[in-house]
Write a protein that binds this ligand. Structure first.
Ligand code: BTN
Length: 245
C-alpha cells in the first residue's frame, strides 16, 4: 500500500473530502488530513470535536475490492488494531483497549474514534473511507464530552503530528496487508484480546432492559456476544446495546 497524503488547513469533514476524491477516481492509499474540521462526524450521527492543530483528524481511501459485504467488519477490526498498535508504543499496552466496535480507550477514557463509510458494487466492497480522529496534544476538553483523554494527558509529552501520522499509516499498512493475505484468524485473535471489559461482568442496557453479562466474543459480522451469569448467550448489533457506567 502506497500512501499519498493530501493536507488541508480546514475542511467540513475529511471523510467527505476523501469521498469526493474517491468519486473522482483517487487511488487506494490516498490520505486526507486536515488541521481542522468544521463538521467532523462521529458514529451514531454524533459530531466529532477536535481542537484545531492539536490532534489528528484524517481519512484513508481504500479500495478493498477483495472483501465481500459480509466481511466488512474486518475493516473496523484492522483499523482499531492499527490505532491500538500505534498508541501502545507510547502508553503501556495493557491500558490500551478497543471498546466494541471500534472506539479506542486508555483505561476508561476515549482517546480515538473511527468512522468507516463503505460503498459496494454487488456483494463486494468498492471503496472504504476509513476516518480516524485521535486526541494527541489536546489537554482541555469540553464538559459535554463524557470521558475524553489524549496522548499528552496520559504521558505528559507533546508529539509532532506529522510523525504520528507517518507512524499510524505504517501500522495501518501492516494490518491491511494481513487482511489482503487472508490472515483473518490472527486479526480475530488480536482484536478479541484487545476488547475493553472482555470476560468481566458489567451491567448492559438493551432497549429498556438492564442485565448483567460479560463479553465473550465478537462475531465475524461484528455482533457482540454476551453471556449472562446463568449462561445465556445473547448477540447484539451496534446500536442495540450500551454499557451502563
Ligand atoms: C466516533 O467515535 O464516533 C467516530 C469519530 C470519527 C472521527 C473522524 S475524524 C476524521 C474523520 N472525519 C470525520 O468527520 N470523522 C472521522
Amino acid at each position: 500500500m502506497v500512501f499519498k497524503v493530501i493536507r488541508y488547513k480546514k475542511v467540513t469533514s475529511t471523510n467527505d473530502v476523501c469521498q469526493n476524491l474517491a468519486s473522482e477516481g483517487a487511488a487506494h492509499g490516498t490520505v486526507v488530513v486536515s488541521e481542522y474540521q468544521e463538521f467532523g462526524r462521529g458514529q451514531r450521527g454524533n459530531t466529532w470535536e477536535s481542537e484545531k492543530s492539536k490532534n489528528l483528524t484524517f481519512s484513508i481511501l481504500t479500495r478493498p475490492t477483495f472483501l465481500s459485504v459480509v466481511e466488512q467488519f474486518y475493516l473496523s477490526k484492522i483499523t482499531a488494531l492499527s490505532v491500538t498498535d500505534w498508541i501502545s508504543a507510547y502508553i503501556e499496552k495493557n491500558r490500551v483497549k478497543i471498546k466494541w466496535p471500534n472506539d479506542i480507550y486508555v483505561d476508561d477514557k476515549k482517546i480515538a474514534g473511527i468512522l468507516i463509510e463503505n460503498s459496494f458494487s454487488t456483494q463486494y466492497i468498492n471503496t472504504s473511507i476509513i476516518g480516524i480522529g485521535i486526541n494527541i496534544n489536546q489537554d482541555e476538553f469540553s464538559d459535554e464530552l463524557p470521558n475524553p483523554t489524549s496522548l499528552k494527558v496520559e504521558n505528559g509529552n507533546e508529539i509532532d503530528l506529522e510523525l504520528c501520522l507517518a507512524e499510524i499509516l505504517e501500522c495501518f499498512k501492516g494490518r491491511f496487508a494481513m487482511l489482503e493475505q487472508g490472515q483473518n484468524y490472527d486479526i480475530d485473535k488480536d482484536y478479541l484480546n484487545r476488547i475493553y471489559r472482555k470476560d468481566k461482568y458489567f451491567t448492559y442496557l438493551s432497549g429498556t432492559t438492564k442485565f448483567e453479562a460479560k463479553i465473550v466474543d465478537v462475531e465475524p459480522t461484528g455482533e457482540l456476544v454476551l453471556q449472562t451469569k446463568s449462561g445465556e448467550v445473547k448477540r447484539f448489533a451496534f446500536k442495540e446495546i450500551g454499557f451502563v457506567i
